[in-house]
Design a binder for this molecule. Sequence first.
Ligand code: SAH
Ligand code: SF4
Ligand code: F3S
Length: 463
Amino acid sequence: MIIDIKSTGYQNDVSRVKLYTEGKKLKAHVMTFGCQQNEADSERARGILLDMGYELSDNYRECDIILVNTCAIREHAEMKALSMLGNFRAVKKNNPDLIVGVFGCMAAEPTVMEKIKKDFHYVSFTFEPNMLHMLPSLVLAALEKSKRTFVIGEDKGDIVEGSPVYRVGDFKAWVSIMYGCNNFCSYCIVPYVRGRERSRRSEDVLSECKELISNGVKEITLLGQNVNSYRSDISFAELLERIALIDGDFTVRFMTSHPKDVSEKLILVMKKYSGKIAPYFHLPLQSGSDSILKKMNRSYDRERFISVAKKLKTEIPGLALSTDVIIGFPGETEEDFEDTMNVLREIRFDMVYSFLYSKREGTKAASMTDFVEDSAKNDRMKKLLAEQDIISYEMNQPYVGNVCRVLVESVSKRGGGDTYTARTGSNKLVHFKSDKNSIGNFINVKIEKAGAFDLFATEINNI
Ligand code: SAH
Ligand code: SF4
Ligand code: F3S
């Protein structure tokens, strides 16, 4: 069901929270772990906090409300969030009125909720993803010092439209187009914490994109756990085409795609609108071994993956391809790992994100007992990184001497204040020196040098 946020108790709760915040200059901080979906949800949380009369602050130590948006994808991500929660004990000591709320993917795990209940008394509320519209009522309960609330198992598969959003940048924007996942890859917790797939109406997505573009946004990134599984009255390829047809000087990107849903039409659309749709595709492989892919429940085999990847590369000019790989899935032998390496060698991805397998309670793989020793996992990771660094380096060399149109993102972390960082359509980072601040604009640069992870360029003024 599609729910307009204003038709919920939202407005009423916001007004009641305002009675507490009015004239008090109360400060709020939202901290984000995890993927772009979480970044996008945090922007919404910030929008709602502003609506309720809070001011935003970068320093959580001075805040009256701290919200932590958590990620459950690997154990390490969970440890990070819990240790951050531990830091708030001291803040609460200094400010007994502090409200701490936890949301995001960990908040949908019953074991985590129990732990927070027991060990983190100063956490006033938790709520699972897709429940942001409840934030005002939860803050209100905390302000009224009524009992702690844990919202879990409530997600009915609704889509809430009309939430306020506070976007961090004014020239780049995330636009979620679908939520949840139906794929149940055997290692992955996402379907359990984010619920079933649901897609927004195309007219809602299109009007959001039009508004962003008319407000000067230069880059839109469409988001979804399986963004290309988007299905409403139109397909993902059609949606992308309609966005590309919006007037204006902007680029559209999307992530993350599932290999099973790369349609002919999607490739055609990317080709036809290559000026608007960024020539970049993230296509997660996970493993190059057929037996492991089967155990992972990935629904494609090595041959099918290779043919999709090759088709993308040959059909879309200048396309950069990246992937995700899991190392040490239960039962992965040296031969299985070698199969993965062989796919990396054959396809030659521009970038590979590799992760050590992490057991997630509740998933199918958690009950598999043929685990891989840590030492073997680490050796494989080292080998993969060493080889892929060379491939990435080689993939970047043809850029040298080329002129690229790039979107300037920030002051560079490498070099002094006169060095800026931009991104090519193919998602490569480019550093260049400039005497003027062009953040948020497209400019032309000439690539002079290329490393494995960055390009180095000079600015071109008159092109
Ligand atoms: N929806 C996307 C991405 C999901 S999470 C997709 O289908 O690919 C991002 C990446 O985290 C995954 O691609 C996978 O490589 C990794 N990942 C997911 N679960 C994991 C686990 N239990 N251990 C290690 N890596 C994992
Ligand atoms: Fe997880 Fe697989 Fe869904 Fe991606 S497609 S979110 S890896 S279950
Ligand atoms: Fe993490 Fe949830 Fe994203 S588990 S990767 S924040 S969907």
